[in-house]
Design a protein around this ligand. Structure first.
Ligand code: TEU
Length: 546
């Protein structure tokens, strides 16, 4: 399958745990994905990114890998996986795997052997001594834990874990680790996968373990963000592993700025094809993501424009398994859930870059309707809640923080029908299903030719068939309080994408009168002077087939 990942690809992300359960254990599985392949193909996507499906004790839902070359039994078997790859391929869909190589699980054989005293494997991890009862350094941790855990009881030795205690960081100074990872990647490439989504890839190589300068979050990060060592590793993996297979890679890059992203994705440097940046996910927060504020559309527009202009190509996304549902961020969403979801489809499919759609986004799923912490499973949410308690933040506020920011908001099971458990499972779902599944579900959407799903399909098809959207340049033309508009141009042919990012009726900017034809809109009727709440239009100067 020779796809041009930059122009022809639309990716659909699956969080396997929450997609479709076929054996009644309340957890989604590979057979569930196979069962839904026709549905996925009907969306028009041509790549599926699978969040981790490897053997794992599930401390961080699979991002803690105990064996990189076997399948998590809850999800099925290697035969199921091979069948998935083959069945996807017959539908023109390639599989991208999640590559989590900053850390393993503490239940990985390597860590167990390190604990048992095997020098070779000790050297796979980052083990350091504390002095005089102190920790090896002052670094912070992504999950609000202490990043150091005791390695042995009797000695003052610790291992580094930037994420949970059960996710010890690998030592990328050790060339054996690189060799292991190469062979893991080849194992999956030999089974037919087309690429990798590389988890927190810009933190893997720690320059030193020196104390960091004090910061509100993640003190110490200057010692490991996008280091030269990391760039070298990425170049090696591309040249020796990805290139020979014609595979591609998208990096999840935390705290990345524009210059960092340029270094990671410039084609001549031979590292990654594109990165997930975070800045547009942070337009509704103060300092850290747990303190949410109103989403100011203008801030969002400016951030999108900045990134669109900076890189010749990048990944475009608004949702994934770590982020609250995007439409739930609009404070004035009100009764416009469907319109807002369609507007986001329009925006995502008309920006320049590779679009990533997250399961459920295509039917306008919203944040989970959790009522208390017992209903939330995510380790990060529990840690943050405990930290907030320690800081004396009152219970009501603590809960509000978690309710709005928890990663579980995006992990609630896929809503297939309005039946019991949304037909996600016959058993007890591992995470509470949103009560709005009665109305918000795939079945209802399939029956509605003017619905959210139909619009996502229409936009995906257009993104794939229209050269201007696939390859045209990007130029912003309007960043008002509520209205965002940009032009895409290729060989003198132009399209105008315009969004009302609010639940209010707004004036249509006057320049729109030059654009005579509405190629697509999320409203049946458009107004010559106004835009309706969350209205989206794609316009052309000359007639274009939609
Ligand atoms: O996430 C990395 C990451 O930094 C954040 O997006 C993370 O969700 C957290 O909120 C930081 O505060 C990746 C994965 O996407 C995530 O699911 C994993 O938990 C994490 O790495 C560790 O592997």
């Amino acid at each position: 399958m020779a796809l041009n990942v930059k122009k022809d690809t639309v990716v659909y992300q699956i969080y396997p745990r929450s997609f479709k359960d076929t054996d009644g254990n309340g957890v989604g599985d590979i057979r569930g994905i196979i069962e839904k392949l026709d549905y996925i193909a009907s969306l028009g996507v041509n790549v599926i990114w699978l969040s981790p499906i490897y053997k794992s004790p599930n401390d961080d839902n699979g991002y803690d890998i105990a064996d990189y070359t076997s399948i998590q039994p809850e999800f099925g078997t290697m035969e199921d996986f091979d069948e998935l790859v083959a069945e996807a391929r017959t539908r023109g869909i390639g599989i991208v795997m999640d590559l989590v190589i900053n850390h393993t699980s503490d239940e990985h054989e390597w860590f167990k052997r390190a604990l048992a005293g095997e020098e070779k494997y000790r050297n796979y991890y980052i083990i350091a001594k504390g002095e005089n009862g102190k920790l090896p350094n002052n670094w912070g941790n992504f999950f609000a834990e202490c990043p150091w855990a005791k390695f042995s009881d009797n000695e003052d030795e610790y291992y580094l874990h930037l994420f949970s205690k059960k996710q010890p960081d690998l030592n990328w100074h050790n060339p054996d680790v690189l060799e292991e990872v190469k062979s893991i990647m080849r194992f999956w490439l030999d089974r037919g996968v087309v690429g990798f989504r590389c988890d927190v890839i810009n933190v893997i190589y720690k320059n030193s373990l020196a104390n960091g300068k004090k910061q509100l979050v993640l003190t110490g990060r200057e010692h490991y963000l996008s280091t030269e060592g990391c760039h070298d590793i990425l170049r090696t993996l591309r040249k020796e592993v990805l290139e020979p297979y014609g595979a591609w890679a998208v990096g999840e890059t935390v705290f990345v700025d524009i210059s960092g992203a340029k270094d990671l994705c410039a084609p001549e440097r031979g590292e990654l094809d594109m990165v997930f940046y975070f800045e547009h996910m942070e337009c509704d927060q103060v300092f850290v993501k747990w303190f949410k504020t109103r989403l100011a559309p203008k801030k969002l527009m400016k951030t999108l424009t900045k990134w669109q202009n900076a890189l010749p190509w990048n990944a475009c996304y608004f949702e994934n398994h770590d982020q609250p549902r995007f439409i739930s961020r609009f404070e004035d969403l009100g009764a416009y859930r469907k319109e807002a979801s369609k507007m986001m489809a329009g925006l995502l499919m008309t920006m320049r870059g590779t679009p990533f759609v997250y399961e459920g986004q295509e039917i306008g799923m919203t944040n989970g309707d959790f009522e208390n912490l017992d209903e939330v499973m995510d380790i990060e949410s529990h840690n943050i809640y405990a930290m907030a308690k320690g800081l004396g933040i009152p219970k009501g506020i603590r809960w509000k923080m978690i309710k709005r920011t928890s990663r579980d908001n995006a992990r609630t099971p896929m809503q297939w029908t309005g039946n019991k458990n949304a037909d996600f499972t016959n058993g007890t779902p591992w995470l509470k299903i949103n009560a709005n599944s009665k109305e918000v579900n795939v079945k209802a959407e399939m029956e509605d030719p003017k619905g959210v799903l139909a619009f996502w399909k229409q936009m995906i098809a257009l993104r794939k068939s229209n050269e201007i959207l696939a390859d045209g340049s990007f130029k912003v033309v309007c960043e008002r309080k509520r209205v965002y508009a940009f032009e895409r141009e290729l060989d003198g042919q132009k399209l105008l994408s315009i969004c009302n990012m609010s639940g209010k009726k707004v004036f249509l900017p006057s320049f729109v009168k030059d654009w005579k034809h509405t190629v697509v809109s999320n409203y049946q009727e458009t107004d010559p002077t106004h835009m309706k709440p969350f209205e989206f239009r794609l316009m052309a100067q000359k007639e274009v087939k939609s």
